[in-house]
Design a protein around this ligand. Structure first.
Ligand code: ADP
Length: 748
């Protein structure tokens, strides 16, 4: 009775004033978090206590987030060791970040799957500015992207252009697409036809582009292609294209833009993230059906429609090459800021996603580069109206799994891989031998015994049964051996052991050595990644790489290590050391140019410069300065020649000052021949041959530098020799084979 009374009392008790339902929820949430943390710590301790062989390839996936699924599958397939919580005792071979290089600032070695500053370089403004600079120098070669205006800075030019088009009565009526500078997944994109329809929210920067209305349609739908590119290294430049990609389709049949349909995003935008919400989104898992298809199926369809799909693919490859060459100078500037020369740091690689639209005449057009393309293997499915569920998408897996697997194979140290495999094989062989000798000691070998029984059966004309039985016994024996091998700590590479390895158990030691040597080379040959540069487009792209030399000058004069901007003193030093005063540039003219350009570039990038205006002139501003100086003081018929003259002059001036004439002269020879010179043994070019180049102005210098007599050789001879030599030294044996195989595949 007393108990029930106290219960009643407690029920009647007024609720404490500070008690709220949210407190209870917060407690629950905190407890859950604490438990999660404890679980993570236990797993971490378990992982750290495990022995990892020195030669195992290790991958840190602690920052991989949405990339985890596909990454884990690849790690398992390749037999690598995963570190889901990072590694404290040592650096991993690969650090996989979902978004940026800076995701984990503690990395001091190995390879990171992101280049520093790549997010900003791939933002629409920086990317199209890089391309605009190249279009200015090579107008006919850089015509593969829509005309672009940078808003709000260029709003006046943009409005004038629209007005002019109206005056000329251009038909169909011109339409423009406005995109936020750092937007993604179609966010904030809209089409407009009049300048007053542009609205700049919170002073955000946008790009406005010509809307490409005459696009190639399949089944009446607009689509774009997501092409994956592996940028393996910056110095020396090396990149690959993935031979498979995704085609993303819009979900409303396409019509040319009119005032009526201009707001139909399911018709004009092809983003998957947008169209998956459409009621007409087709989730077919067939290659050539649905709103998401493979690039090869689209190319097949183009070929079926009577067009040359190989030519289309070649044009896409060229776009990739030219675009990468355009962004490399910016990347080098960012790289030296994040990892200054001399500082130990990680090296980088990156998988990029190129979005490409096909015009009606099958000309590819670049829309954007994605620095972190989605590597998710799931797609959303509506299970009830408004209720979505993530389901595994085999189509995504078909494309993204080989892409990441081959990327890992390309970037991890090959020697370590081979060594790992050899050791594993040798150990397996030893165990197999021990096992078989042990079995041989048995009175009646199992295989023999069972075979003879079967043969008796075979006499009863049961041929099929005999075969099945024999194979079964053989495989039983192998399983026996395998399980004993694995049980003794071979778990790391368990999944990499394939059937062919079991066969090779019987091979001799030497054969296994050879096999291990060839195994990964073959894997790389069969890779879905095809080397574009330097293997195929080396010569074609060499002349576009002039801006890297400008970036080199910029970095040289930056002054402060790790900086991204050149200050007024640095700029003055540039003018003085490069002896621009001899060309008539006074100190006052240099200072005025600096202030003028700094203001202009701060105005162009209000979002990025706010609060750090005093930091100086960015690389693109410096490039503008070089173009201006070249135009004024190094006049030549074309812009590229003017710039080349300036850069040559600056490089000579710097090197002369350092008394480095002998080193500098061969470079000049290369440039005069239109070839790129690389230091070190890249070309393995005998010095004597370089010295023999017939260039009157420098022969004397060479004579003084080397004090030797030269035999006269024609320029053509040397050029032919250099080209031949360069190709040979450039292509490692494996890539030659890849090149050969890919070429033959394409011609089929
Ligand atoms: P986001 O980064 O937001 O995805 P994109 O530049 O990829 O922005 O553009 C989104 C979509 O808009 C593209 O997939 C494409 O279908 C369409 N699009 C973008 N630019 C153009 C253009 N200049 N002409 C025609 N369509 C375009």
């Amino acid at each position: 009775m007393a108990a029930s009374k106290s219960l009643l009392d407690s029920l009647k008790k007024p609720e404490p004033t500070n008690f709220r339902m949210t407190d209870f929820r917060r407690d629950l949430h905190l407890r859950h978090k604490r438990e999660e943390h404890a679980k993570k710590e236990r797993l971490k301790a378990l992982q750290e206590s495990k022995y990892v062989p020195k030669y195992a390839i290790t991958v840190d996936t602690s920052r991989a987030r949405s990339n985890n699924d596909v990454l884990r599958m690849c790690i398992k397939e390749l037999g690598f060791k995963e570190y889901p919580f990072g590694r404290k005792d040592n650096c991993c071979d690969v650090h996989w970040h979902a978004c940026h290089f800076e995701d984990n600032p503690e990395v001091y070695g190995g390879k990171v799957n992101k280049f520093p500053g790549m997010g900003e370089i791939c933002s629409k403004m920086t990317l199209f500015r890089c391309l605009d600079i190249m279009r200015d120098l090579f107008p006919t070669d850089y015509d593969f992207y829509p005309r672009t205006w940078y808003l709000p800075a260029q709003f006046h030019e943009f409005s004038c252009e629209i007005r002019k088009m109206h005056e000329r009565r251009v038909r169909p009526k011109p339409t423009f697409i406005v995109k936020p500078d750092t937007g993604a997944q179609g966010d904030g994109i809209y089409l407009l036809r009049e300048p007053n329809e542009y609205s700049s929210f919170n002073g955000k920067c946008h790009v406005a582009q010509e809307y490409m209305s005459n696009v190639y349609l399949i089944d009446k739908f607009k689509f774009d292609l997501r092409i994956y590119v592996l940028l393996k290294s910056l110095e020396p430049l090396e990149f690959y294209i993935c031979q498979e990609g995704l085609a993303r389709f819009s979900t409303l049949p396409y019509e040319n833009p009119t005032n009526k349909n201009i707001h139909e995003s399911f018709m004009h935008l092809t983003n998957y993230s947008l169209n998956k919400r459409s009621s007409t989104f087709n989730r077919s898992e067939r290659d050539d059906e649905g709103s998401k298809r493979t690039v090869t199926s689209v190319l097949r369809r183009i070929a079926m429609n009577g067009h040359d799909s190989t030519k289309v693919w070649r044009s896409i490859e060229r776009i990739v090459c030219k675009t990468i060459v355009a962004i490399v100078p910016e990347m080098k500037v960012e790289y030296q800021a994040a990892i200054p020369p001399g500082k130990t740091g990680a090296s980088c690689f990156q998988v990029l996603g190129f979005d490409i639209l096909l015009l009606h005449n099958l000309k590819p057009v670049l829309l954007e580069i994605n620095a972190s393309p989605s590597l998710s293997l799931d797609s959303e499915q509506e299970i009830a109206p408004g209720v979505f569920e993530y389901v595994h998408s085999p189509k995504d897996e078909e494309i993204k799994f080989p892409l990441i697997r081959d990327t890992l194979l390309h970037v991890v140290p090959l020697e370590k891989l081979k060594y790992y495999r050899k050791r594993k094989k040798r150990r397996m062989l030893r165990k197999l031998k021990a096992c078989t000798s042990h079995k041989m000691k048995r009175p009646e070998p199992l295989v023999k015994q069972r075979t003879s029984i079967v043969i008796i059966k075979a006499d009863e004309s049961d041929e099929e049964k005999r075969e099945v039985d024999v194979t079964q016994q053989m495989s039983e024996m192998h399983m026996d051996v395998d399980s004993s091998t694995v049980s003794q700590g071979e778990s790391t590479g368990r999944d990499a052991i394939s059937d062919d390895e079991q066969e090779s158990n019987m091979k001799s030691d030497i054969e296994i050595e050879e096999e291990a040597d060839n195994y990964y080379e073959n894997k790389l040959k069969e890779s879905c990644l095809k080397q574009l540069y330097p293997a195929i487009y080396d010569e074609e792209c060499e002349r576009y790489r002039i801006l890297e030399r400008v970036a080199g000058l910029f970095i040289y004069f930056l002054g402060i290590r790790g900086s991204l901007r050149i200050g007024p003193t640095g700029f003055r030093t540039f003018a003085r050391k490069c002896r621009l005063n001899r060309k008539g540039m006074t100190n006052a003219a240099v200072d005025i140019m600096y202030i003028d350009l700094q203001r202009r570039w701060d105005h162009m990038n209000p979002e990025r410069t706010s609060g750090k205006k005093s930091n100086g002139l960015c690389y693109q501003g410096f490039l503008d300065a070089c173009m201006e100086i070249a135009r004024r003081k190094f006049y030549a018929p074309t812009k590229i020649e003017m710039l080349e003259n300036l850069v040559d002059h600056c490089e000579i001036s710097i090197n002369l000052k350092d008394n480095d004439l002998a080193n500098n002269l061969p470079r000049l020879h290369f440039r005069r021949l239109g070839l790129q010179y690389r230091q070190g043994s890249m070309y393995a070019m005998p010095r004597r041959v370089i010295d023999q180049m017939a260039e009157e102005t420098t022969i004397e210098d060479l004579l003084t530098a080397h004090e030797k007599k030269l035999r006269q050789v024609s320029k053509e001879d040397i050029e032919a020799f250099l080209r031949k030599n360069r190709r040979m030294t450039y292509l490692p044996s494996s890539t030659t084979a890849i090149l050969g195989s890919s070429k033959s595949a394409n011609s089929e």
